[in-house]
Design a protein around this ligand. Structure first.
Ligand SMILES: Cc1cc2nc3c(=O)[nH]c(=O)nc-3n(C[C@H](O)[C@H](O)[C@H](O)COP(=O)(O)O)c2cc1C
Length: 340
């Protein structure tokens, strides 16, 4: 049997196969973070396509995270019913779902401030907002939460030596810069012990003076020590264009492989996975446990079923990134096909 379709059990999470839908921003939530039928339809479509686990798009932990007006939010209790409906739809389709909890930027009195300018009380406020959002995720029926520490959003900036120059317990070295992540993990574990807690992290910031692979590995080791349940490896410049099957697939696999050899924590890899045999080979020849896909599922939401039924060996996604600018971030090539 194909290893891709072997079930797996992680802490607080049972999956029917090794394929994960990586967080993919739809751009259709209302400014207050509520969602409607167009969002439910997207999650219904992806969860009937055979994927084992969906990680939602960026769900802000804060009501005043105001850079994006169209993101989902878990920032107040009034939003819980909207997301309970979402998790029910996905679970009814025999698929697990994790909420990606995130903060774009931190605003104090309406002004954006960077980690260096934050007081310890400000840091505690953000930490508590992450923990409260996770509790809401649990009440809404999510199987877990993904702490978004990648792509240079707030937490990714906080752990980066390029941005964080603090001289207190929250800056200066890997342990101090990752303390906020550890405190979020510990707080969530206490208040919602049945959630799977994962994180998405940059293998590298790919910027001079930023987080590099050596330090990212150090931080992952710390998170592993403090009981994170899985780690999804990404990096800045996350959606690399021009991926060709068997040529430049799986651009974060080398780091993810190293990480999976270093920590016991299950490792998920995302980024440019396009062919079934490459995916199979990653699972068979490395300690990486799960494979994550974003753009291929915009192109073909039922790609996992096609792989399973041997109806396809290669994703039709050409990694053009037109999805980033299209309505509901759908794949325009697929939309044209559907209209024919
Ligand atoms: C339209 C679009 C929206 C995305 N939104 C998110 C997001 O909300 N959070 C996140 O962590 N990554 C997001 N990503 C990045 C993907 O999760 C993934 O890491 C990246 O696209 C590489 O994987 P792929 O080659 O399978 O697309 C997004 C990607 C795309 C194409």
């Amino acid at each position: 049997m194909s290893k891709i379709f072997e079930p797996i059990e992680l802490n607080n999470l049972k999956l029917k196969n090794r394929l994960v839908r990586s967080a993919t921003w739809e751009g259709i939530a209302k400014p207050d973070g509520s969602i409607g039928n167009n969002m439910y339809q997207i999650y219904d479509e992806v969860s009937t396509g055979g994927i084992g686990l969906i990680i939602t798009s960026f769900m802000s932990i804060s009501d005043n995270d105001s850079d994006f007006v169209d993101i989902m939010r878990l920032s107040n209790d009034g939003l819980i019913p909207y997301y309970k409906k979402l998790t029910d739809i996905v679970h009814n389709n025999n698929c697990a779902i994790i909420a990606q909890i995130a903060l774009g930027k931190y605003y104090k009195n309406g002004k954006h401030i960077e980690p260096d300018e934050m007081s310890v009380d400000d840091i505690k406020e953000v930490t508590n907002e992450f923990i409260s959002a996770a509790k809401r995720a649990e009440i809404a029926g999510f199987d877990g939460v993904q702490i978004h520490a990648a792509h240079f959003f707030f937490l990714s900036r906080f752990i980066s030596p390029l941005v964080n120059h603090r001289t207190d317990n929250y800056g200066g070295n890997s342990e101090n810069r990752s303390r906020i992540l550890v405190e979020i993990i510990q707080g969530i574990r206490k208040i919602a012990p049945n959630l799977h807690i994962t994180t998405k992290i940059n293998s590298s910031d790919f910027q001079y003076g930023g987080l590099d692979e050596k330090e990212s590995l150090e931080i992952c080791k710390i998170l592993s020590k403090y009981g994170i349940d899985s780690i999804e490896v990404s990096g800045n410049g996350t959606s690399v264009p021009g991926i060709k099957p068997h040529k430049n697939e799986g651009y974060f696999v080398p780091f993810a492989k190293k990480l999976a050899d270093t920590v016991e924590t299950p490792v998920i890899v995302v980024g440019g996975l396009r062919s079934k045999d490459t995916m199979e080979s990653i699972l068979n020849t490395t300690n990486i446990k799960l494979l994550s896909l974003s753009r291929p599922l915009l192109r073909e939401p039922d790609l996992p079923n096609k792989f399973f039924d041997n109806k396809s060996e290669i994703s039709k996604c050409v990694s053009c990134n037109a999805c980033y600018n299209s309505f509901e971030h759908r794949c325009p090539i697929r939309q044209r096909e559907l209209q024919k």
